[in-house]
Design a protein around this ligand. Structure first.
Ligand SMILES: Cc1cc2nc3c(=O)[nH]c(=O)nc-3n(C[C@H](O)[C@H](O)[C@H](O)COP(=O)(O)O)c2cc1C
Length: 407
Protein backbone atom coordinates (compact mmCIF):
# COMPACT_ATOMS: atom_id res chain seq x y z
CA UNK A 1 0.00 0.00 0.00
CA UNK A 2 1.47 3.34 -0.97
CA UNK A 3 0.50 6.94 -0.40
CA UNK A 4 -1.07 8.65 2.54
CA UNK A 5 -4.51 7.66 3.73
CA UNK A 6 -5.71 10.41 6.00
CA UNK A 7 -8.99 10.82 7.82
CA UNK A 8 -9.60 14.16 6.10
CA UNK A 9 -11.07 17.03 8.06
CA UNK A 10 -13.89 19.36 7.15
CA UNK A 11 -11.95 22.48 6.18
CA UNK A 12 -12.32 25.88 7.82
CA UNK A 13 -14.44 24.85 10.75
CA UNK A 14 -14.15 25.08 14.51
CA UNK A 15 -13.34 21.44 15.45
CA UNK A 16 -12.12 18.28 13.82
CA UNK A 17 -14.92 16.54 11.93
CA UNK A 18 -14.35 13.81 9.32
CA UNK A 19 -15.04 15.12 5.84
CA UNK A 20 -17.88 13.46 3.93
CA UNK A 21 -17.31 13.12 0.19
CA UNK A 22 -19.88 13.58 -1.25
CA UNK A 23 -21.87 15.36 1.46
CA UNK A 24 -24.17 13.37 3.72
CA UNK A 25 -27.48 12.94 1.87
CA UNK A 26 -26.02 13.53 -1.60
CA UNK A 27 -26.32 10.93 -4.34
CA UNK A 28 -23.10 8.92 -4.70
CA UNK A 29 -23.39 8.59 -8.47
CA UNK A 30 -24.07 11.84 -10.34
CA UNK A 31 -26.63 10.22 -12.66
CA UNK A 32 -28.79 9.24 -9.67
CA UNK A 33 -29.55 12.79 -8.71
CA UNK A 34 -30.78 13.39 -12.26
CA UNK A 35 -33.03 10.33 -12.39
CA UNK A 36 -34.53 10.98 -8.99
CA UNK A 37 -35.83 14.43 -8.19
CA UNK A 38 -35.72 13.84 -4.42
CA UNK A 39 -31.92 13.83 -4.57
CA UNK A 40 -31.53 16.44 -7.28
CA UNK A 41 -29.89 19.57 -5.86
CA UNK A 42 -31.84 22.80 -5.94
CA UNK A 43 -30.26 26.25 -6.08
CA UNK A 44 -32.14 29.23 -4.67
CA UNK A 45 -30.26 32.52 -5.02
CA UNK A 46 -26.70 31.32 -4.37
CA UNK A 47 -27.65 28.61 -1.86
CA UNK A 48 -27.34 25.03 -3.11
CA UNK A 49 -29.62 22.57 -1.34
CA UNK A 50 -28.12 19.12 -1.84
CA UNK A 51 -31.50 17.37 -1.98
CA UNK A 52 -35.17 18.26 -1.70
CA UNK A 53 -35.99 16.74 1.67
CA UNK A 54 -36.52 19.60 4.11
CA UNK A 55 -37.19 19.36 7.84
CA UNK A 56 -40.48 21.14 8.51
CA UNK A 57 -40.34 23.68 11.34
CA UNK A 58 -41.36 22.03 14.61
CA UNK A 59 -41.74 23.79 17.95
CA UNK A 60 -40.00 21.98 20.77
CA UNK A 61 -41.42 24.06 23.66
CA UNK A 62 -37.97 23.70 25.21
CA UNK A 63 -36.35 27.13 25.07
CA UNK A 64 -34.89 28.91 28.04
CA UNK A 65 -36.45 32.38 27.97
CA UNK A 66 -36.38 32.21 24.17
CA UNK A 67 -32.82 30.86 24.03
CA UNK A 68 -32.03 27.59 22.24
CA UNK A 69 -30.62 24.95 24.58
CA UNK A 70 -28.62 21.74 24.25
CA UNK A 71 -31.94 20.02 23.46
CA UNK A 72 -32.06 22.02 20.23
CA UNK A 73 -28.39 21.31 19.55
CA UNK A 74 -28.94 17.56 19.76
CA UNK A 75 -32.36 17.58 18.07
CA UNK A 76 -31.29 19.73 15.12
CA UNK A 77 -27.80 18.24 15.05
CA UNK A 78 -29.41 14.82 14.58
CA UNK A 79 -31.00 15.97 11.34
CA UNK A 80 -27.77 17.59 10.15
CA UNK A 81 -25.93 14.26 10.49
CA UNK A 82 -28.65 12.31 8.65
CA UNK A 83 -28.59 13.95 5.24
CA UNK A 84 -31.63 16.21 4.87
CA UNK A 85 -31.41 18.92 2.21
CA UNK A 86 -32.22 21.61 4.74
CA UNK A 87 -33.52 22.10 8.25
CA UNK A 88 -36.03 24.83 9.03
CA UNK A 89 -35.83 25.54 12.75
CA UNK A 90 -39.03 26.03 14.70
CA UNK A 91 -41.32 29.08 14.96
CA UNK A 92 -39.08 31.68 16.58
CA UNK A 93 -40.79 34.76 17.87
CA UNK A 94 -39.62 38.28 17.11
CA UNK A 95 -41.09 39.63 20.39
CA UNK A 96 -41.63 37.88 23.76
CA UNK A 97 -45.43 38.11 23.62
CA UNK A 98 -45.42 36.52 20.15
CA UNK A 99 -44.38 33.13 21.49
CA UNK A 100 -46.90 30.32 21.31
CA UNK A 101 -45.84 29.07 24.74
CA UNK A 102 -43.56 30.46 27.47
CA UNK A 103 -40.92 27.92 26.40
CA UNK A 104 -40.92 28.91 22.73
CA UNK A 105 -37.88 30.07 20.78
CA UNK A 106 -37.14 33.74 20.23
CA UNK A 107 -34.88 36.14 18.40
CA UNK A 108 -35.91 39.41 20.02
CA UNK A 109 -32.62 40.03 21.79
CA UNK A 110 -28.94 39.59 20.93
CA UNK A 111 -28.20 36.96 23.61
CA UNK A 112 -30.44 34.58 21.63
CA UNK A 113 -28.01 34.64 18.69
CA UNK A 114 -25.14 32.69 20.23
CA UNK A 115 -26.86 29.36 21.03
CA UNK A 116 -28.37 29.39 17.54
CA UNK A 117 -25.01 30.16 15.98
CA UNK A 118 -23.56 27.10 17.69
CA UNK A 119 -26.26 24.93 16.09
CA UNK A 120 -25.81 26.59 12.69
CA UNK A 121 -22.02 26.08 12.80
CA UNK A 122 -22.47 22.41 13.58
CA UNK A 123 -25.04 21.95 10.79
CA UNK A 124 -22.69 23.67 8.34
CA UNK A 125 -19.76 21.49 9.41
CA UNK A 126 -21.92 18.46 8.51
CA UNK A 127 -22.77 19.96 5.12
CA UNK A 128 -26.36 20.83 5.99
CA UNK A 129 -28.23 23.99 5.12
CA UNK A 130 -30.22 25.48 7.96
CA UNK A 131 -32.84 28.20 8.25
CA UNK A 132 -35.26 29.48 10.84
CA UNK A 133 -38.95 30.31 10.87
CA UNK A 134 -39.65 33.83 12.17
CA UNK A 135 -43.03 34.09 13.78
CA UNK A 136 -45.59 35.86 15.91
CA UNK A 137 -48.33 33.72 17.41
CA UNK A 138 -50.91 36.54 17.50
CA UNK A 139 -54.16 35.51 19.20
CA UNK A 140 -52.77 31.99 19.74
CA UNK A 141 -49.94 33.16 21.99
CA UNK A 142 -49.43 32.35 25.68
CA UNK A 143 -50.51 28.72 25.28
CA UNK A 144 -49.47 25.73 27.32
CA UNK A 145 -47.03 23.32 25.72
CA UNK A 146 -49.09 20.48 24.18
CA UNK A 147 -48.16 17.93 26.82
CA UNK A 148 -49.24 20.38 29.56
CA UNK A 149 -52.49 21.07 27.71
CA UNK A 150 -53.30 17.39 27.42
CA UNK A 151 -52.83 16.97 31.16
CA UNK A 152 -55.20 19.87 31.80
CA UNK A 153 -57.87 18.25 29.59
CA UNK A 154 -59.91 19.46 26.62
CA UNK A 155 -62.40 21.49 28.71
CA UNK A 156 -59.79 23.52 30.57
CA UNK A 157 -58.45 26.85 29.38
CA UNK A 158 -55.69 26.22 26.86
CA UNK A 159 -53.64 29.27 27.75
CA UNK A 160 -50.91 29.76 30.31
CA UNK A 161 -51.91 32.25 32.99
CA UNK A 162 -49.61 34.87 34.54
CA UNK A 163 -48.65 32.49 37.35
CA UNK A 164 -47.75 29.86 34.74
CA UNK A 165 -45.35 32.24 32.96
CA UNK A 166 -48.05 33.25 30.46
CA UNK A 167 -49.28 36.71 29.38
CA UNK A 168 -52.99 36.29 28.53
CA UNK A 169 -53.74 40.01 28.96
CA UNK A 170 -51.02 40.86 26.43
CA UNK A 171 -52.19 38.64 23.61
CA UNK A 172 -52.69 40.52 20.32
CA UNK A 173 -54.53 40.02 17.06
CA UNK A 174 -56.21 41.92 14.25
CA UNK A 175 -59.55 42.09 16.07
CA UNK A 176 -61.15 41.14 19.37
CA UNK A 177 -62.10 37.69 18.07
CA UNK A 178 -60.59 34.88 20.17
CA UNK A 179 -59.57 31.62 18.51
CA UNK A 180 -61.96 29.78 20.83
CA UNK A 181 -63.54 30.18 24.24
CA UNK A 182 -60.48 28.43 25.71
CA UNK A 183 -58.18 31.14 24.31
CA UNK A 184 -57.63 34.70 25.52
CA UNK A 185 -59.52 37.57 23.90
CA UNK A 186 -56.89 39.36 21.78
CA UNK A 187 -56.16 43.08 21.95
CA UNK A 188 -56.49 44.56 18.45
CA UNK A 189 -53.10 45.87 17.33
CA UNK A 190 -52.91 49.59 16.66
CA UNK A 191 -51.33 50.89 13.46
CA UNK A 192 -48.31 52.01 15.50
CA UNK A 193 -47.99 48.53 17.01
CA UNK A 194 -48.05 47.05 13.51
CA UNK A 195 -45.19 49.35 12.55
CA UNK A 196 -43.32 48.26 15.69
CA UNK A 197 -43.76 44.63 14.64
CA UNK A 198 -42.40 45.40 11.17
CA UNK A 199 -39.37 46.76 12.98
CA UNK A 200 -39.13 43.66 15.18
CA UNK A 201 -39.13 41.35 12.14
CA UNK A 202 -36.45 43.44 10.50
CA UNK A 203 -34.30 43.36 13.66
CA UNK A 204 -34.75 39.59 13.92
CA UNK A 205 -33.54 39.23 10.32
CA UNK A 206 -30.31 41.00 11.31
CA UNK A 207 -29.91 38.52 14.18
CA UNK A 208 -30.55 35.61 11.77
CA UNK A 209 -27.70 36.89 9.61
CA UNK A 210 -25.40 37.04 12.64
CA UNK A 211 -26.35 33.47 13.57
CA UNK A 212 -25.40 32.44 10.02
CA UNK A 213 -28.72 30.97 8.84
CA UNK A 214 -28.80 30.12 5.13
CA UNK A 215 -32.47 31.02 4.67
CA UNK A 216 -35.35 32.55 6.57
CA UNK A 217 -39.00 31.57 6.55
CA UNK A 218 -41.80 33.91 7.63
CA UNK A 219 -44.61 32.05 9.39
CA UNK A 220 -47.80 33.15 7.68
CA UNK A 221 -49.80 29.99 8.49
CA UNK A 222 -51.70 28.04 11.16
CA UNK A 223 -53.85 30.85 12.54
CA UNK A 224 -50.94 32.80 13.97
CA UNK A 225 -50.65 36.55 13.59
CA UNK A 226 -50.25 36.91 9.81
CA UNK A 227 -52.82 34.25 8.96
CA UNK A 228 -55.30 35.86 11.37
CA UNK A 229 -54.87 39.13 9.47
CA UNK A 230 -55.39 37.36 6.11
CA UNK A 231 -58.61 35.58 7.01
CA UNK A 232 -62.04 37.25 7.10
CA UNK A 233 -62.92 34.84 9.92
CA UNK A 234 -60.49 36.52 12.31
CA UNK A 235 -60.09 40.01 10.87
CA UNK A 236 -63.04 42.42 10.96
CA UNK A 237 -61.02 45.62 11.32
CA UNK A 238 -62.39 48.80 9.85
CA UNK A 239 -59.01 50.32 8.92
CA UNK A 240 -56.61 49.74 6.01
CA UNK A 241 -55.46 46.42 7.57
CA UNK A 242 -58.71 44.54 7.53
CA UNK A 243 -62.31 43.86 6.81
CA UNK A 244 -63.89 42.49 3.68
CA UNK A 245 -61.26 44.04 1.38
CA UNK A 246 -58.69 41.44 0.39
CA UNK A 247 -56.16 44.14 -0.33
CA UNK A 248 -56.50 45.37 3.25
CA UNK A 249 -56.17 41.91 4.77
CA UNK A 250 -53.01 41.23 2.73
CA UNK A 251 -51.42 44.55 3.67
CA UNK A 252 -49.74 43.68 6.98
CA UNK A 253 -48.04 40.49 5.75
CA UNK A 254 -46.94 42.13 2.50
CA UNK A 255 -45.46 45.10 4.36
CA UNK A 256 -43.48 42.84 6.67
CA UNK A 257 -42.32 40.65 3.78
CA UNK A 258 -41.20 43.73 1.86
CA UNK A 259 -39.25 44.89 4.88
CA UNK A 260 -37.71 41.44 5.44
CA UNK A 261 -36.81 41.11 1.77
CA UNK A 262 -34.97 44.44 1.91
CA UNK A 263 -33.05 43.31 5.00
CA UNK A 264 -32.36 39.78 3.82
CA UNK A 265 -29.70 38.84 1.28
CA UNK A 266 -30.50 35.13 1.41
CA UNK A 267 -33.43 32.95 0.39
CA UNK A 268 -36.69 34.13 1.93
CA UNK A 269 -39.55 31.65 2.25
CA UNK A 270 -43.11 32.26 3.41
CA UNK A 271 -45.28 29.52 4.91
CA UNK A 272 -48.98 30.02 4.30
CA UNK A 273 -52.14 28.17 5.15
CA UNK A 274 -53.95 27.74 1.83
CA UNK A 275 -57.34 27.19 3.49
CA UNK A 276 -59.17 27.75 6.77
CA UNK A 277 -61.05 24.48 6.14
CA UNK A 278 -64.30 26.04 7.37
CA UNK A 279 -67.49 24.22 6.41
CA UNK A 280 -68.70 26.91 3.95
CA UNK A 281 -67.34 28.18 0.59
CA UNK A 282 -64.46 30.66 0.31
CA UNK A 283 -66.87 33.31 -0.96
CA UNK A 284 -70.62 33.53 -1.38
CA UNK A 285 -72.63 34.10 -4.59
CA UNK A 286 -72.36 37.85 -4.24
CA UNK A 287 -68.55 37.68 -4.03
CA UNK A 288 -68.29 38.28 -0.28
CA UNK A 289 -65.22 36.51 1.16
CA UNK A 290 -66.30 34.14 3.93
CA UNK A 291 -63.08 32.33 4.81
CA UNK A 292 -59.46 32.19 3.67
CA UNK A 293 -58.95 29.79 0.77
CA UNK A 294 -57.00 28.84 -2.32
CA UNK A 295 -58.32 31.67 -4.52
CA UNK A 296 -57.04 34.33 -2.14
CA UNK A 297 -53.87 32.30 -1.46
CA UNK A 298 -53.09 32.31 -5.15
CA UNK A 299 -53.48 36.09 -5.31
CA UNK A 300 -51.25 36.40 -2.24
CA UNK A 301 -48.56 34.18 -3.81
CA UNK A 302 -48.53 36.40 -6.92
CA UNK A 303 -47.82 39.38 -4.68
CA UNK A 304 -45.17 37.50 -2.69
CA UNK A 305 -43.50 36.68 -6.00
CA UNK A 306 -43.48 40.36 -6.98
CA UNK A 307 -41.81 41.16 -3.65
CA UNK A 308 -39.02 38.67 -4.36
CA UNK A 309 -40.01 35.79 -2.08
CA UNK A 310 -38.05 32.69 -3.11
CA UNK A 311 -40.35 29.86 -2.02
CA UNK A 312 -43.87 29.34 -0.71
CA UNK A 313 -44.22 26.59 1.86
CA UNK A 314 -47.82 25.47 1.50
CA UNK A 315 -49.61 24.28 4.62
CA UNK A 316 -53.23 24.75 5.71
CA UNK A 317 -55.60 25.23 8.63
CA UNK A 318 -55.14 26.45 12.17
CA UNK A 319 -57.37 29.53 12.13
CA UNK A 320 -60.87 28.06 12.53
CA UNK A 321 -61.47 25.90 15.56
CA UNK A 322 -64.16 23.88 13.82
CA UNK A 323 -61.92 23.08 10.88
CA UNK A 324 -62.68 19.78 9.25
CA UNK A 325 -59.49 18.45 7.69
CA UNK A 326 -59.47 15.13 5.85
CA UNK A 327 -56.12 14.01 7.18
CA UNK A 328 -55.03 11.52 4.53
CA UNK A 329 -51.54 11.03 3.04
CA UNK A 330 -50.46 14.18 1.21
CA UNK A 331 -53.70 15.98 2.20
CA UNK A 332 -52.24 19.43 1.55
CA UNK A 333 -50.48 18.58 -1.73
CA UNK A 334 -53.45 19.65 -3.91
CA UNK A 335 -53.04 23.17 -2.51
CA UNK A 336 -49.34 23.23 -3.38
CA UNK A 337 -50.22 21.92 -6.83
CA UNK A 338 -52.82 24.64 -7.38
CA UNK A 339 -50.33 27.34 -6.40
CA UNK A 340 -47.69 25.81 -8.64
CA UNK A 341 -50.15 25.75 -11.56
CA UNK A 342 -51.04 29.39 -11.02
CA UNK A 343 -47.39 30.45 -10.55
CA UNK A 344 -45.18 27.95 -12.40
CA UNK A 345 -41.99 29.92 -11.78
CA UNK A 346 -42.54 30.22 -8.01
CA UNK A 347 -40.82 27.40 -6.10
CA UNK A 348 -43.37 25.68 -3.86
CA UNK A 349 -42.91 23.30 -0.93
CA UNK A 350 -45.48 20.64 -0.06
CA UNK A 351 -46.04 19.40 3.49
CA UNK A 352 -48.43 17.19 5.43
CA UNK A 353 -48.38 13.40 5.84
CA UNK A 354 -45.63 12.87 3.31
CA UNK A 355 -44.07 9.72 4.70
CA UNK A 356 -43.26 7.34 1.84
CA UNK A 357 -40.27 7.76 -0.50
CA UNK A 358 -42.30 6.87 -3.61
CA UNK A 359 -45.00 9.32 -2.57
CA UNK A 360 -42.43 12.11 -2.04
CA UNK A 361 -40.75 11.41 -5.36
CA UNK A 362 -44.04 11.38 -7.24
CA UNK A 363 -45.08 14.77 -5.78
CA UNK A 364 -41.90 16.20 -7.31
CA UNK A 365 -42.16 14.19 -10.56
CA UNK A 366 -45.78 15.26 -11.09
CA UNK A 367 -44.76 18.90 -10.75
CA UNK A 368 -47.00 19.37 -7.69
CA UNK A 369 -44.13 20.92 -5.70
CA UNK A 370 -40.39 21.59 -5.91
CA UNK A 371 -39.44 20.33 -2.46
CA UNK A 372 -41.07 18.30 0.30
CA UNK A 373 -41.12 19.26 3.96
CA UNK A 374 -41.37 16.36 6.39
CA UNK A 375 -42.33 16.82 10.02
CA UNK A 376 -43.45 13.94 12.19
CA UNK A 377 -41.96 11.26 9.94
CA UNK A 378 -38.51 12.74 10.54
CA UNK A 379 -39.17 12.82 14.30
CA UNK A 380 -39.94 9.12 14.11
CA UNK A 381 -37.09 8.37 11.77
CA UNK A 382 -34.37 10.99 11.34
CA UNK A 383 -32.58 8.55 9.00
CA UNK A 384 -35.42 8.91 6.49
CA UNK A 385 -33.27 10.40 3.65
CA UNK A 386 -30.86 7.44 3.58
CA UNK A 387 -33.68 4.96 4.04
CA UNK A 388 -35.64 6.66 1.24
CA UNK A 389 -32.65 6.40 -1.08
CA UNK A 390 -32.37 2.67 -0.38
CA UNK A 391 -36.08 2.18 -1.12
CA UNK A 392 -35.69 4.13 -4.35
CA UNK A 393 -32.61 2.09 -5.29
CA UNK A 394 -30.02 4.83 -5.26
CA UNK A 395 -26.92 5.10 -3.14
CA UNK A 396 -26.84 8.23 -1.02
CA UNK A 397 -23.99 9.09 1.31
CA UNK A 398 -24.56 8.40 5.01
CA UNK A 399 -22.25 10.12 7.51
CA UNK A 400 -18.87 8.36 7.51
CA UNK A 401 -19.43 7.41 11.12
CA UNK A 402 -22.77 5.70 10.32
CA UNK A 403 -21.81 4.13 6.99
CA UNK A 404 -21.35 0.60 8.36
CA UNK A 405 -24.99 0.53 9.36
CA UNK A 406 -26.07 1.03 5.75
CA UNK A 407 -23.62 -0.51 3.26
C1 LIG B 1 -44.20 18.86 17.27
C2 LIG B 1 -44.64 19.76 16.14
C3 LIG B 1 -44.33 21.10 16.17
C4 LIG B 1 -44.69 21.94 15.10
N1 LIG B 1 -44.30 23.24 15.10
C5 LIG B 1 -44.45 23.99 13.99
C6 LIG B 1 -43.83 25.25 13.85
O1 LIG B 1 -43.05 25.69 14.70
N2 LIG B 1 -44.09 25.97 12.73
C7 LIG B 1 -44.88 25.48 11.71
O2 LIG B 1 -45.10 26.17 10.72
N3 LIG B 1 -45.45 24.27 11.80
C8 LIG B 1 -45.23 23.50 12.88
N4 LIG B 1 -45.71 22.24 12.93
C9 LIG B 1 -46.36 21.68 11.73
C10 LIG B 1 -45.32 20.93 10.89
O3 LIG B 1 -44.29 21.77 10.44
C11 LIG B 1 -45.98 20.25 9.67
O4 LIG B 1 -46.48 21.25 8.83
C12 LIG B 1 -47.11 19.32 10.08
O5 LIG B 1 -46.72 18.49 11.16
C13 LIG B 1 -47.56 18.43 8.92
O6 LIG B 1 -46.47 17.71 8.40
P1 LIG B 1 -46.16 16.18 8.82
O7 LIG B 1 -47.39 15.39 8.51
O8 LIG B 1 -44.99 15.80 7.96
O9 LIG B 1 -45.83 16.16 10.28
C14 LIG B 1 -45.39 21.40 14.01
C15 LIG B 1 -45.75 20.04 14.00
C16 LIG B 1 -45.35 19.22 15.04
C17 LIG B 1 -45.68 17.75 14.95
Amino acid sequence: MSGLYLNKAVPNTYQYFPLNEPEIGAAQKPEDDQNLLLFKPLTIRDVVFKNRIFVSPMCQYSSDNGHATDWHFVHIGGFATRGVGAICMEATSVVPEGRISPQDAGLWTDTQIEPLKRIVNFAHAQGSKIGVQLAHAGRKASMHAPWVQSKAGSDARAFADENEDGWPSRVYGPSEIPYSSRYPKPNPLTEQELLDLEEAFSAAIERCKKAGFDFIEIHGAHGYLFHSFLSPLSNNRADQFGGQSLENRLRFLLRVVKRCRAACDRPLFVRISASDWAEFPEKDESGVWKQWGIEQSSILVGKLKELGVDLVDCSSGGNWREQNIPVVPGYQVPFAEALKKAHPDMPVGAVGLITEPVQAESILKNGQADIVFLGRELLRNPHWPIMAAQKLNVKVKPANQYERAWY
